[in-house]
Design a protein around this ligand. Structure first.
Ligand code: NAI
Ligand code: MG
Length: 350
């Protein structure tokens, strides 16, 4: 039996509901498919900050490093400074473990339709550069309280950072429908994103079998709604990808549907799997959060760990559950978080 060591960081808010729900499903799947998740829980996040003054211990990355993967909910609470969750947890893990690919799939689901009712064939992956770009948090506020005050954030795009995520996107496209749209705004960000465009074109030339298109972020946003079927792999920057993947969630029907993986493709460090959304404090503690995006993240984690058949069976069980009309509240259904998980477990094929 394959055993995987999983660091579990449920985080805050609905993370404390959707992560246990997804792990219950993953454990049931493991029993059927012959693998085991050896889990260790870490109560890190904004709640921990309120209690102990830190999101995670200073040696948090050392603690996480020996694990095969990290399964994460989300961090942030209304009573805690909201500049801290990304800075003190999420970005630390993503950059510290060189999880430079943020893999965020978008698709049409069976059993319900999102706001784009007539679009039946949406199936693409947002590949978001995950360690640099607009989110490097290099900058400062100068004389913020004076009439001449200013705030500056600098974007950093490096050759290494661009090329490695571009190669990932083109290799991914080769396994899919062989199309990459690279998203940019180089008509206005004339230093960083013209460099981004140039290097992506250089990488594209090494994949002549993959169609390559360049598209501006503003036009791309419109096309996510108007022509989502044209996309296969959407390669984009850290900030653009953050926004576009929430739009992807909305196109599917809810933010609660989006699964993701923060991937270190070389497997030098553990990768981290989490839903695309935040801790949703507005619905926390009510057992109404949609766990499907988190369960999808579990499927992505299993795939990353090599349990391909199990990962596919998990998706099939989710599809069956939705097809039968067992849907969470955000999709117009009545099933609670735990009920959805139990329904999926009942539909796992042996
Ligand atoms: P959010 O994604 O938590 O919520 C946005 C809206 O979507 C809310 O109305 C919420 O109820 C709904 N929603 C989200 N997930 C859902 C689910 N699974 N089922 C049903 N409805 C769901 O974003 P928001 O409100 O902007 O941020 C809340 C907190 O989460 C903040 O502290 C923010 O910093 C944090 N956050 C953390 C992230 C992470 O840990 N990776 C990512 C995004 C936000
Ligand atoms: Mg986001």
């Amino acid at each position: 039996m394959n055993t995987f060591k999983i660091a579990v960081v449920p985080g805050d808010g609905i993370g404390l509901e959707i992560v246990p729900a997804a792990l219950k499903v993953a454990d049931a799947l493991g029993e059927k498919e012959g693998f085991q998740l050896e889990k260790e829980f870490f109560p890190w996040g904004a709640g921990n900050y309120l209690k102990n003054g830190e999101f995670m211990p200073v040696n948090g990355l050392e603690i996480l490093k020996p694990f095969d993967a990290i399964f994460f909910g989300s961090v942030g609470l209304p009573e805690v400074d909201d500049t801290l969750p990304a800075k003190d947890y999420t970005f630390k893990v993503r950059t510290g473990f060189q999880q430079y690919v943020n893999y965020r799939p978008v698709r049409t689901w069976p059993g319900f339709h999102g706001p784009l009712k007539e679009k039946k064939n949406i199936d693409f992956v947002v590949v978001r550069e995950n360690t640099e770009g607009e989110f490097v948090q290099v900058g400062s506020q100068i004389m913020p309280d004076s009439p001449n005050g200013m705030g500056i954030d600098t974007s950093v795009f490096t050759r290494r950072g661009i090329e490695r995520v571009a190669h990932y996107a083109f290799q991914l496209a080769r396994k899919r429908r062989k199309k990459v749209h690279h998203i940019t705004k180089s008509n206005t960000l004339i230093n960083s994103l013209t460099y981004w465009d140039r290097l992506i074109k250089e990488v594209a030339s090494q994949y002549p079998d993959v169609e390559h298109f360049q598209m501006y972020i503003d036009n791309c946003s419109a096309n996510f709604v108007l022509r989502p079927e044209i996309f296969d792999v959407v390669l984009t920057t850290n900030l653009f990808g953050d926004i576009l993947s929430d739009l992807g969630g909305a196109v599917m029907g809810s933010l609660g549907l989006g699964g993701s993986g923060n991937i270190n493709p070389e497997k030098e460090f553990p990768s981290m799997f989490e839903p695309i959304h935040g801790s949703a404090p507005d619905i926390a503690g009510k057992n109404i959060a949609n766990p499907l995006g988190t369960i999808w993240s579990a499927s992505l984690m299993l795939k990353h760990l090599g349990e391909i058949t199990a990962a596919e069976k998990l998706m099939a069980a989710m599809d069956k559950t939705c097809s039968e009309g067992i849907l969470p509240v955000d999709l117009g259904g009545t099933a609670g978080t735990t009920e959805i998980a139990d329904a999926i477990i009942q539909r796992l094929e042996i």
